[in-house]
Each structure stands twice: as C-alpha cells, then as structure tokens.
Design a protein around this ligand. Sequence first.
Ligand SMILES: Cc1cc2nc3c(=O)[nH]c(=O)nc-3n(C[C@H](O)[C@H](O)[C@H](O)COP(=O)(O)OP(=O)(O)OC[C@H]3O[C@@H](n4cnc5c(N)ncnc54)[C@H](O)[C@@H]3O)c2cc1C
Length: 406
Amino acid sequence: MATGEVSVRCCIAGGGPAGMMLGLLLARAGVTVLVLEKHADFLRDFRGDTIHPSTLEVMYELGLLNEFLERPHQEVHTLGAQIGDDFVRIADFSHLPTHCRFIALMPQWDFLNFIAGQAKGHPGFQLRMEADVTSLIEEGGRVTGVQAETAEGGLTVRADLVVGADGRHSTVRTNAGLETLDLGAPMDVLWMRLSRRPTDPEQTLGRIDAGRIFVMLNRGDYWQCAFVIPKGGFERVHQAGLASFREEIVRLAPYLRDRVGELGDWSDVKLLTVAVDRLRSWHRPGLLCIGDAAHAMSPIGGVGINLAIQDAVAAANILAPAFLRGGISDEDLHAVQRRREFPTRAMQAVQVFMQNRVIGRVLKSKEKLSPPLPVRLLAQYPVLQRLPARLIGLGFRPEHVRMPRI
Ligand SMILES: Cc1cc2nc3c(=O)[nH]c(=O)nc-3n(C[C@H](O)[C@H](O)[C@H](O)COP(=O)(O)OP(=O)(O)OC[C@H]3O[C@@H](n4cnc5c(N)ncnc54)[C@H](O)[C@@H]3O)c2cc1C
C-alpha cells in the first residue's frame, strides 16, 4: 500500500487482540477495514498468553477452532494456589457450557498471526505494520480519520469510523481528550521466565505466603512467572539486589533453586506497572475506543485479552449492520459502550476487591499464611470451584458472533 492518502470505512489503530479481532469480524461481514499497527511484527515481550474459554468459543463460532488448536499450546483445566503450607484448587473449568473447557496458553504473537492470516483471506481487510498513529483528523467536531507515520513517510487515512484499539497507553484516547477514571492498584508485577523440568509439578498455580505472591504458568519447557510487589516497590527490590530477589523466589518455590541463576541481570525481569482504569465515555462522533484503550484491567484472573476480544465481538455485532445500512451514528457507538460497560465494570469491581482485600493484605502481612474461609470452602466443596471458573473463563455476559460471513 502506498503512503499518501487512503479511504476506508473503518480505520483501527492498534493490532492487538481487540484491533485484530475487530478487523477480522468487520472484513468477514463485508466492511472495508484498515488496521494500523506501529510495530513491525507481533513478536513482543510477554503480554499474556491466555486464550480463555470464551475466546475459544468465538473461534468455534467462526469455524476456526480446530485449525486454531492445531497450533502448539498448553491446556489449563484447573487453577490452584499454594497458600502457606496448603495447596487448594481454586477453579475447575471442566463444567463450563463451552466447547473448550480449558484455558489455552499460546504466545500472543501466535494468536495474532493466526487472526491476521484469517483476516487476510477477506478482500476488505488490510493490515499495515510499522504504521504509528500520531493524531486524529477532525472536521466539524467529528473524527474523520487519522494521521500515521510509516517507514515510507506520512499516511493520511480517511474513515467513517476510527477505532482506538491501541492499548493502555492509547494515543487515540489521549488525542480524543476522553476522560479516564483511575481505579488504582496497590501492586506492580515483575515478569520473568525460568526453565521447566520434567520432574516439576504440572499445575499452573499461585504461591502465596507472608508478604509474597508468585504465580507460575506452565508453558511446557518453561515457567512464565509473575512476582507481585507493592505499588512502586521495584526500586526497593532492585536495591536489595538480584541475589536477594532470586532467594525470595526460592523461598516460595524451593525446586527453582537450581535455575534461578537464569535471571542473569535485571533485563531478564520485566516490570508491569499495574493500572486499572476506564473511560467515562468510550466514544465521540466518528470515534470509538475498545480493549485496553477503553479500560486497562488488573492482571488478576488474566482477563485483559478476553475482555478485549469480547469488546471486538460486541462492536462488530452492533457496527457491521450499521456500516452495511449506510453509516455509523453516535447511538450505534453508545450501544457498544452500553453493551460492554457492565461486564467491564463488574470485572473491575471484582479485581479491585481482590486487590484491596486479598493482595494488598498479603503484601503487608509478616506472618505465615493459611487459606481464608472462602478458599477453604472451595477446597471442601469442589462444586464451588465452578464459580471462579465461570468468572475467569467466561466473564460477565459473554458475547457471541452474530454477523454472518459475506
Ligand atoms: C506483562 C503483561 C502481562 C499480561 N498478562 C496477561 C494475561 O496473562 N492474560 C490476559 O488476558 N491479559 C494479560 N495482560 C493484558 C493484556 O495484554 C491486555 O489486556 C490485552 O493485550 C489488551 O488487548 P488490546 O488489543 O486492547 O491492547 P494491546 O494488546 O495493548 O494492543 C494494542 C496494540 O496497539 C499498538 N499500538 C499502540 N499505539 C499505537 C499507535 N499509536 N499506532 C498504531 N499502533 C499502536 C500496540 O503496538 C499493540 O499491538 C498482560 C499485560 C502485560 C503488559
């Protein structure tokens, strides 16, 4: 595609889960769509590898599930936690009313490459990599396009609708002047990889003890690990030194002693500054934000990708018929917000409750921990494990693909 000026019905800023899924769904319904992604490829640092049952159900509804699951992945059927000396199973996905009763773990770039491959099969779909959206074009109070910087020079895109799917540091939402409500978070997360041995436990689980939370996702030959620290606490961890950090990990998972040395320097440890926020209004005339651009989620439950995809499905269900009828009204855009605001607010309320009542307290505690009553009940009555499974696996009010393929 040449630089200069192009016109499409829908221009999506950001080729993450929200933007790529919306691009696929709109193109599949016969709407011309251009996705602008600022990076040259989808190979990014770890940004979450969880494909939840609700997303797998969307793949089923699109007729893509079998092909998708041929890609290398691991399947997580239950989630557990080691609290002090006790192991408790928290969630059991085996009873979900979906075709896949598990979370699939797959690198996000594999997932995005798969979606891109499918989308390119539709004539109305275009993806432009290395295209950094820098500003919005506005005429008469309405957003009518974007300006982007590409490797070949400036690009002007005119569109009936611009969608900001450019993540938690969204340029689109900033340029649109949309107001953000910050819900706060008492923690940040340090991410790292450690190799996994055949003799290690299978289970993907959290390890929780006095002042520490450590989550380990089984990725086959390695563990994707998350070490939760108090908000703004990275400087303190850094000053205490890498040897002390390695020792903290070993205290929670002693069998990692023979490989914590793989954390050779601090570049092997990535800081995720946790933010929980949402826009008061997700739209302006000619513009809509979805995914992290509309609502950054806490990592609790690993639901950010899931919500981003659900936003895309809801947006396509509402907007594709409007595009095909003629144009997009403010009422159509508001219908997307109305549809997705409740699931977002409800999930953020659960996350904020967990952050403040559980995680914040654990991080402050000095005593050895034991499972609190609600967690003991989950262990005692396994049927209760279906509830967290539903919350994590499907979320509130799951979306279904409504638009037929053209
Ligand atoms: C370290 C880490 C771990 C996480 N772990 C999990 C997890 O286990 N499970 C989970 O569900 N979620 C997890 N998340 C959250 C998850 O990554 C996000 O919620 C999800 O990716 C949101 O999707 P999105 O498409 O809205 O935004 P993003 O995935 O952020 O995608 C936005 C895209 O827009 C592009 N972009 C940004 N600015 C521009 C611009 N100006 N022009 C063009 N393109 C632009 C970016 O390059 C990116 O590709 C994690 C996040 C991080 C950072």
